[in-house]
Ligand binder design. Structure first.
Ligand SMILES: Cc1cc2nc3c(=O)[nH]c(=O)nc-3n(C[C@H](O)[C@H](O)[C@H](O)COP(=O)(O)OP(=O)(O)OC[C@H]3O[C@@H](n4cnc5c(N)ncnc54)[C@H](O)[C@@H]3O)c2cc1C
Ligand SMILES: CSCC(=O)[O-]
Length: 404
């Protein structure tokens, strides 16, 4: 057997599936890998399999624009995203893997009086929840981002912004790789190129899954499959209020460092940061139709670039390098689902839509605690799938950012 040190040196094994595990995690994205890591490391449940139909981290975790923040409006969301933010702040040390978390701040820009009233309300709510936040006027935004057009003659003049200094960006691949290596070192089996094709359910209790590599048994199954969650729910015999949409992003050719924070504008409808490689990382809204396409389309790219050039005329000559899409699973209230289901032992963690990368550590930690205990963690409880029966929705469309 490898020593603990040797364990940490290698990446991860490619084991043959066992016949039985204590817990199966369906979905080897950031949230699934984080769940497995915390199950093994913090809750002592090591006989765990992560089943991933493609390659680990290849879904939305590989395709997002890496913004990390916790400035959501409602107390329930603040608890969830701030729990995550606190884990981000020690994650590289915990994983012994540099996830390149850069707390360069995030600006959510306001262009109308209503925008500014909403911003004031959200920042006040943040501060009441112990989350950092300031309300800036146009001058304050200009000082932070000298290249942004904050003049009065812009089509949508900047009136101000919310500013969260502890927010920022992280290297998405490194998050998946760090959690995968950590989970593997703690004994978790990561089964790539292995697709769950059905659930084994008897008398309302799950006892395993069917896969393209044979059946695997477990009495606790956590589904963390993002845009494919509706497909899995159907296998379990129930429906989730999810819509899967393509969400697109694009990056420019690398340029000299010119933007050292994150700028998001719901109104003008675009957001931008600059990666450590120098690419401008740009995104906007979901494609209006339901779909499972993971590719770009020119109308969305054109609309997004119009928005970016409206805010940053200086970028009008920069060439774009790559565009892509992911499949985002959006909920009616722009909040996630972390929940038991009508099938005993079957749990879902999904609905993160356009904004779940920032929650990766917190989601994994809270979902692992729920699977370990067999009861939803207090931070997860408000995000039950049954809130759509009771009407206790938590509407975060205002804070969910540009994409919703
Ligand atoms: C273009 C884009 C930009 C975004 N920008 C941001 C951002 O800036 N900030 C932010 O916070 N969020 C952002 N998001 C959202 C964020 O990426 C997601 O919410 C988050 O990454 C979801 O993580 P996950 O692990 O749940 O999903 P994924 O990483 O998609 O993992 C789910 C995995 O499940 C696997 N799977 C599915 N079905 C099966 C099956 N039957 N059997 C086995 N495996 C299966 C898939 O292959 C996939 O690897 C963005 C998303 C996109 C697409
Ligand atoms: C894709 S929008 C990014 C976010 O939610 O901060």
């Amino acid at each position: 057997a490898l020593s603990h040190h040797e364990n940490w040196q290698r990446q991860w094994r490619n084991p043959t599936p066992k016949k039985q595990y204590d817990v199966i995690i369906v979905g080897g994205g950031g949230h699934g890998l984080a769940t497995a890591y915390y199950l093994a490391k913090e809750f002592g449940i090591k006989n765990v399999a992560v089943i991933e139909k493609g390659w680990l981290g290849g879904g939305n975790t590989a395709r997002n624009t890496t913004i990390v923040r916790s400035n959501y409006l409602w107390d329930e969301s603040a608890a969830l995203y701030e729990h995550s933010m606190k884990l981000w702040e020690g994650l590289s040390q915990d994983l012994n893997y540099n996830v390149m978390f850069s707390q360069r701040g995030v600006l959510n820009v306001g262009h109308t009086l209503q925008d500014m009233r909403d911003i004031q309300r959200r920042v006040n709510a943040n501060r009441l929840n112990g989350i950092d936040g300031e309300v800036l006027d146009a001058k304050g935004v200009q000082e932070l981002v000298p290249i942004m057009d904050c003049s009065k003659n812009a089509r949508y003049p900047v009136m101000g912004a919310s500013w969260q200094p502890r927010a920022g960006v992280a290297r998405h691949d490194a998050v998946a790789w760090g959690y995968a290596r950590g989970a593997d070192a703690h004994g978790v089996d990561i089964l790539q190129q292995t697709e769950v094709t059905g659930f084994k359910i008897r008398d309302g209790q799950i006892y395993g899954v069917h896969t393209n590599r044979g059946d695997i048994e477990a009495k606790t199954v956590g589904c963390v499959a993002a845009g494919n969650s509706s497909v899995l729910a159907k296998m379990g015999g129930f429906k989730l209020p999810l819509e899967s949409h393509p969400l697109q992003a694009l990056v420019s050719e690398p340029i000299k460092p010119i933007l050292d924070t994150v700028v998001m504008s719901n109104h003008v409808h675009g957001y931008i940061s600059q990666s450590d490689k120098g690419d401008l990382v740009i995104g906007a809204g979901i494609d209006g139709y339901n779909g499972y396409g993971q590719r770009g389309s020119y109308p969305t790219v054109e609309h997004t670039l119009q928005a970016i050039v409206e805010m940053f005329p200086i970028f009008s000559r920069v060439r774009m390098n790559r565009q892509w899409g992911g499949i985002v699973d959006t909920c009616p209230d722009a909040c996630p689902i972390m929940s038991k289901t009508p099938v005993k032992g079957l749990y879902f963690n999904c609905g993160w839509g356009t904004g779940g990368f920032k929650a990766t550590p917190g989601s994994g930690h809270v979902f692992a605690a729920s699977l370990a205990k067999g009861e939803m963690h207090p931070i997860a409880e408000p995000f039950s799938m049954f809130r759509f029966h009771s009407g206790a929705l938590i509407d975060e469309h205002g804070a969910a950012g540009v994409a919703h």
